[in-house]
Write a protein that binds this ligand. Structure first.
Ligand SMILES: CC(C)(COP(=O)(O)OP(=O)(O)OC[C@H]1O[C@@H](n2cnc3c(N)ncnc32)[C@H](O)[C@@H]1OP(=O)(O)O)[C@@H](O)C(=O)NCCC(=O)NCCS
Length: 104
């Protein structure tokens, strides 16, 4: 019904793809997947979650904004069809300390 692919690259979790089947959208599935990826980052003491999203994909941008992500840059012609990709990120500075604190 929904999936998330990501890559863990030295304190940054890069979200490569997240999608929910059309009939199952707006039920919180992608949010739960992102939250579990973010919990991994916190556990590992990571610093950021980063992703690219098509400039035209306003629905996905709204999804990420709702989850606390910010646009930090643009990759011109990032996609095969030439569309620009927005770079969005969420910071987890000192996440290990925060995670340790919250698990006490
Ligand atoms: C973007 C996508 C993954 C969201 O999946 P989802 O399971 O429907 O998202 P959720 O139900 O967890 O959404 C959580 C919140 O994010 C926001 N949100 C999600 N989709 C949104 C949309 N299309 N427009 C505006 N806000 C949206 C809402 O605040 C939503 O909460 P609400 O339904 O209570 O209002 C899904 O629309 C999708 O698969 N799109 C096609 C693939 C894609 O574009 N992936 C991203 C590539 S970078």
């Amino acid at each position: 019904m929904a999936y998330l692919f990501c890559a863990w690259q030295y304190l940054d979790l890069h979200v490569l793809k997240v999608a929910t089947c059309p009939g199952f959208r707006r039920q919180g599935l992608a949010q739960r997947l992102m939250e579990s990826a973010e919990a991994f980052v916190a556990r590992e003491g990571g610093e950021t979650v980063t992703l690219e999203v098509r400039q035209s994909n306003t629905g996905a941008q709204a999804f990420y904004l709702n989850m606390g992500y910010h646009t930090v840059g643009v990759r011109p012609g990032y996609y095969a069809d030439g569309e620009d990709g927005l770079v969005m990120t969420k910071m987890f500075t000192n996440s290990k300390a925060l995670y340790d604190e919250s698990s006490r």
